[in-house]
Design a protein around this ligand. Structure first.
Ligand code: PEP
Ligand code: MN
Length: 338
């Protein structure tokens, strides 16, 4: 940590800050400039609340110089994490992963039709919610375990891996035999009890960025899972809430290269929830691949307009097929495969 004192800070104030840092177990290195004193602190600063030091008299700024997350940091695995799935697919490697499916599993027929389309397009992952986090308690809440069973069957028939959202700890056990990857939704990114429990699971976790979460908060949430010994975490940019209202959320494309630099974990993008409208999903899907995303999560449905949830952002199957064709060309241009 670096503490920059104000120009007029007194020796007494500087000493008080040094004492507070030392009390916190930090080694202090002082530089006294012509106008300003800088205190560099080395030690266990990850666990410290730095704003506490900012409140001390005479302090101008406090900066953290080492990341507060350790296991999620790039330095821990500089070569990057590649996650293997039982169907042979990977995430984080050369190949861009295509995870596609409906917002919600609605019926056996619906999920079977979609699974076949995903396979034919070359995708390896089938997504679909069986437990749905809906803004209104009166909206469709998902089919639950029977929905997941239908999805498992459709995925097996087409060699796909299953990705589905878990909303609470009690759902983990019944979901375990049916999914290949647990999705933690944006609304649950800071459900720390759930994250800790998923740290005990030995299946990959797709962790979505919260609607108002910073990149650092996303990485700290991943740390809850990693610190339990589950090292297979996928980070997902799905749009954040900003003052802009022309799209459902604001797709933070910049978060993709930022996360790739800061972390070794695979980074995917979800242009469907970011944009909220199907006419703009393909453009953002392509932008994400160009920006270095390791995969895309896309909502598709044979009768997209009539999907029971997220209809406006859901692609028709032919639109999805066209998009994957375009992505294939793009992936090659940026040194990836699809
Ligand atoms: C979803 O994937 O259908 C979903 C609810 O996503 P998010 O948590 O990003 O809103
Ligand atoms: Mn959805």
């Amino acid at each position: 940590m670096i503490v920059a004192m104000q120009e007029k800070a007194t020796e007494e104030q500087i000493d008080a800050v040094i004492s507070a840092m030392e009390e916190a177990g930090v080694d202090v290195h002082r530089t006294t400039g012509e106008f300003q004193t800088i205190l560099a602190g080395v030690g266990p600063t990850a666990a410290l609340d730095l704003t506490k030091f900012e409140m001390l008299p005479g302090v101008m700024h406090v900066h953290r110089i080492s990341a507060p997350y350790k296991l999620a940091g790039r330095a821990w695995r500089p070569e990057g994490t590649v996650i293997q799935f039982p169907n042979g697919a990977t995430m984080g490697g050369q190949q861009v992963a295509i995870i596609a499916g409906p917002c919600a599993v609605e019926s056996r027929k619906q999920i079977a039709t979609i699974a076949e389309c995903v396979k034919n397009a070359g995708g390896r992952f089938l997504r679909g919610g069986a437990f749905k986090p809906r803004t209104s308690p009166y909206s469709f809440q998902g089919l639950g375990i029977p929905g997941l069973e239908a999805m498992r069957e459709a995925a097996n028939d087409n060699g796909l891996a299953v990705v589905s959202e878990v909303m609470e700890i009690a759902q983990i056990e019944p979901m375990l035999p049916l999914v290949d990857c647990f999705q933690v939704g944006a609304r649950s990114m800071q459900n720390f009890n759930l994250l800790r429990e998923l740290g005990q699971v030995r299946k990959p976790i797709l962790l979505k960025r919260g609607i108002a979460a910073t990149v650092e908060e996303l990485l700290l949430s991943s740390e809850y899972i990693l610190s339990g010994g589950n090292y297979d975490v996928i980070l997902c940019e799905r749009g954040i809430r900003t003052y802009e209202t022309s799209t459902r959320n604001t797709m933070d494309i910049a978060a993709i290269p930022v996360l790739k630099k800061l972390s070794h974990l695979p980074v995917i993008a979800d242009p469907s929830h970011a944009m909220g409208r199907r006419d703009m999903v393909p453009a953002m899907a392509k932008a994400a691949v160009a920006a270095g995303a390791d995969g895309l999560l896309i909502e598709i449905h044979p009768v997209a307009d009539k999907a029971v949830s997220d209809a406006a952002q859901t692609l028709y199957l032919d639109q999805f097929e066209t998009l994957v064709g375009e992505l294939r060309v793009l992936a090659e241009a940026v040194g990836r495969t699809l």
